[in-house]
Ligand binder design. Structure first.
Ligand code: SF4
Ligand code: SF4
Length: 107
């Protein structure tokens, strides 16, 4: 889990609009990053199927994470609509990063 967390910090946070120039997260203590909050589940989703089709992972994300997320309501999520969920915003890059960790391309 640590290696994935480290890879996410280095490969997602660095580019996230909610990070500063040093790649440090600027969310307040009251805010929750969905990437961090759901990381264990995201890793399980990526490991549950082996495909190049990002849409397959996206559907699983909707079914297994978004459906239980408190900001979603009947498939509508105001954070996603506003491009304000980091997990949704960077999902393809997150999947790619986890896969790279798995094959040792990121250590
Ligand atoms: S919002 Fe999430 S993905 Fe973005 S910098 Fe903060 S911890 Fe990283
Ligand atoms: S897109 Fe919305 S429902 Fe899905 S994880 Fe992000 S905040 Fe939660």
């Amino acid at each position: 889990m640590d290696k994935y967390y480290k890879a996410i910090k280095e490969n997602i946070c660095k580019y996230c609009v909610d990070s500063n120039e040093d790649g440090k997260c600027t969310l307040s203590k009251q805010e929750i990053c969905a990437v961090e909050f759901y990381l264990k589940k995201i890793i399980q989703i990526v490991h549950s199927v082996d495909t190049e089709e990002i849409s397959v992972y996206h559907q699983k994300l909707r079914d297994e994470v978004c459906s239980n997320c408190k900001t979603s309501n009947n498939e509508f999520c105001y954070l996603r609509e506003d491009a304000n969920c980091s997990l949704d915003r960077y999902f393809p890059l997150i999947v790619e990063t986890i896969k790279k960790v798995d094959v040792g391309l990121i250590t």
